[in-house]
Design a protein around this ligand. Structure first.
Ligand SMILES: Cc1cc2nc3c(=O)[nH]c(=O)nc-3n(C[C@H](O)[C@H](O)[C@H](O)COP(=O)(O)OP(=O)(O)OC[C@H]3O[C@@H](n4cnc5c(N)ncnc54)[C@H](O)[C@@H]3O)c2cc1C
Length: 446
């Protein structure tokens, strides 16, 4: 059979690279590994950004790649990053691009790195053929693999509403569908009125970068709530919550509400308590039924996104500065339609409001992963309890339609959230990668 690979990692971002590093360190032969993806190895959507104003949302001791050496990145950063702006009273918050460089340099320094095969294309379908995985690639190729790991990450944002364009390239340039790289920033005029669709960390990234380039125009933030995630404080876990037995969604939410102190979410006291709650949430989540998970997500989802993903102090400082200049305006609503012409954009909201500006930036978050959807359509996998990705078990094995787990197909990274809980941060993904590498090593040595 042509091009038979032992283990293919589908994806070339953070999760794929950290998995490859852990597999190599567990003694898996480098020439048995193939990494698929069309990007720059190790950077992915979060850390492949160009803007120096897109910063990590956690301080330097938190993006952990090696559990036995949690300060590896902090030491590397001190020796290799020249960034006087990184230091704040809540710790060092480095540029995401520098973290991407760290991951790329880490893998490049691994023994055997040059023997890893690369396929510079995306996978568009995965099926069984003669007991192997058959992968169709976006450039028309086909490869076969004994085992596969899906690490396709966060799909870039797509517009949440219809877009109407009239006016060729000028109209196209006014609408930024995927702002994660920051490529659009240099083309923005200082006086432009800008609409940010969505009020999370991506919107804050845009605000920080615009403030840094001296933006003077009005920025209108459109979202369901007129509030941004708070700044990171210098928090530390000081005690363990005494979780009640037999939690239902209602008891979980009640317990969390009582555990959090009546202090602002920006305070160290509140963030200590919030972070004390987090380590147990995944095991609690995994014990809930699909229906219970949907209830928790519906009731806690927005607050979770708001407080879980806090922003770097530098980012919030830039936002406060623009707010003090009266350059930030919140409009509560959801976009129903966006029109773009040579001279302006118009956003129509579901509440009947219309906003006119020169540019719109889509900050609405992760888009749909068509590759995962295809796995469901091809009856290789089933949807997870939140219907956002495919279901995996606690060993990261992908679950088949007959509810058995594939023993040669795994998935890790943010797409495992519906199955496993709070798995989006770099350190949690590294932990998944470490555990998966140990599992694959144990199977290889039997
Ligand atoms: C904008 C942004 C900022 C973030 N900031 C932070 C932060 O500051 N701190 C933190 O802890 N976490 C942060 N995160 C969380 C982030 O989820 C993880 O840290 C991590 O980057 C996820 O790694 P990943 O490999 O799963 O995804 P990615 O790193 O995005 O990698 C996925 C890769 O797979 C490729 N791919 C996709 N589909 C296919 C396919 N079908 N075939 C082949 N390749 C494919 C993509 O092109 C991409 O290169 C951020 C996330 C985003 C999106």
């Amino acid at each position: 059979m042509q091009d038979k690979n032992r283990l293919v990692i589908i994806g070339d971002g953070f999760a794929a690279t950290v998995t490859a590093i852990h597999l190599l360190r567990k003694g898996i032969a480098a020439d048995s590994l193939t990494i698929m993806g069309s990007g720059f190895l190790g950077k992915g959507n979060a850390y492949g950004c160009a803007s120096p104003y897109f910063r990590l949302n956690v301080r330097e001791d938190l993006p952990i790649v090696f559990s036995e050496d949690p300060l590896h990145f902090a030491r590397w950063a001190e020796a290799n990053i020249d960034d006087p702006e990184a230091k704040t009273s809540a710790g060092f918050f480095y540029r995401r691009a520098d973290f991407g460089r760290y991951i790329s340099e880490l893998i490049a320094a691994e023994i055997g790195f040059d023997k890893i095969q690369r396929i510079q294309s995306k996978a568009c379908a995965l099926n069984q053929a003669h007991g192997l995985w058959k992968l169709d690639t976006a450039d028309g190729g086909v490869i076969y693999a004994e085992k596969a790991i899906i690490a396709t990450g966060n799909s870039p944002p797509t517009w949440p509403c219809p877009i109407q364009k009239e006016g060729g390239e000028q109209a196209s340039a006014r609408i930024i569908e995927n702002p994660w790289t920051g490529h659009y920033l240099p083309s923005i005029g200082a006086e432009e009125r800008i609409v940010l669709l969505g009020g999370g960390l991506t919107a804050l990234d845009a605000i920080y970068a615009l403030a840094a380039q001296g933006h003077r125009g009005l920025i209108t933030v459109v979202g369901p709530r007129p509030v941004f995630p708070p700044t990171q404080a210098q928090w530390a876990r000081q005690k363990q919550p005494n979780w009640p037995e037999k939690l239902s969604p209602a008891r979980l939410l009640r317990f969390m509400r009582h555990y959090l102190p009546p202090a602002p979410a920006t305070s160290t006291e509140w963030q200590n308590a919030w972070e004390e709650l987090r380590p147990n949430l995944n095991s609690i989540w995994q014990k809930f039924t699909s229906h219970q998970r949907q209830i928790v997500f519906k009731r806690l989802g927005w607050a979770w996104s708001l407080y879980r993903f806090r922003a770097s102090p530098q980012t919030i400082k830039a936002y406060e500065q623009l707010k003090a200049n009266h350059q930030i305006q919140f409009v509560v609503g959801r976009a129903k339609q966006v029109g773009s012409s040579k001279s302006a954009i118009t956003v129509e909201l579901n509440n009947g409001q219309r906003i006119r500006a020169e540019r719109i930036i889509n900050c609405t978050g992760v888009g749909a992963d068509l590759f995962l959807h295809k796995l469901i359509a091809d009856a290789i996998a089933i949807p997870d309890p939140l219907f956002t990705a495919i279901a995996v078990d606690t060993n990261l094995n992908v679950i088949k339609p007959n509810l058995q787990a594939w023993n040669n197909l795994w998935m890790l990274g943010p797409a495992t959230m519906g199955s496993l809980g709070d798995v989006v941060a770099a350190s949690t993904i590294s932990k998944q990668a470490e555990e998966l590498a140990a599992q694959i090593q144990a199977e290889a040595s039997v």
